[in-house]
Design a protein around this ligand. Sequence first.
Ligand SMILES: Nc1ncnc2c1ncn2[C@@H]1O[C@H](COP(=O)(O)OP(=O)(O)OP(=O)(O)O)[C@@H](O)[C@H]1O
Ligand SMILES: [Mg+2]
Length: 208
Amino acid sequence: MKQNTPLGIVIAVGNQKGGTGKTTNSVHIAAALGLRGYRCLIVDLDPAAGATRHLGVPENSFAGSLELLTTDETVQTPVITDDLPRGVHLVPSRPQLSELDVLLSKFVDRTCILDRPLALARQLYDFVFLDTPPSAAATTTVAAYASSEWFLLSAFPHPLSLGGLTEAFNDIADVRARRKPVPHKFNLLPPVRNRSCVLPLQHIQLAD
Ligand SMILES: Nc1ncnc2c1ncn2[C@@H]1O[C@H](COP(=O)(O)OP(=O)(O)OP(=O)(O)O)[C@@H](O)[C@H]1O
Ligand SMILES: [Mg+2]
């Protein structure tokens, strides 16, 4: 249950393959944790705004992750707290996030752009979910992989989909090789299709 001091766990939800359940897992796991009393933040880092739309927030109506990454705003400014599942807050996204690279200074280290906003988010929330777009090369994916200590990779139980996980592992390793070494852990969460049971999480801790 919720403690006075937030847990401050940041989870990058990834896999560059599209439609593998990244957004669904982010929203539903955050909502489940929220029901159990944990304070959860979802940061929508996808210009397609899947998490924003999934939570019923109208696109283009709010400032969000674009402002968080290109200004000095803290997470407390763009965060949406009303009419969301219990315990869940959202930094929304919108299509203009695709212009992020143009708006960022060429002198900014792309791997570090989430560090400042996440420093405060870790103090306010138990779990922070970074919902990434289906592109390993996207600036927000690179930043999420660089700044998280936990990774939740979604894949269908199909050889091609699972093969994509190898690419995701390599992408994460590449990004983190450029940052100071920090401990990190992986969870594999296969989407459950046409089944009534929930597959157990396979928890793999990789040696650095
Ligand atoms: N566990 C599941 N069981 C059945 N359907 C699922 C499950 N998880 C996700 N889906 C469905 O799969 C589709 C893609 O899910 P989702 O949008 O979460 O994927 P995504 O990885 O975020 O996609 P994108 O890469 O485009 O952002 C949606 O229609 C969603 O309802
Ligand atoms: Mg998505």
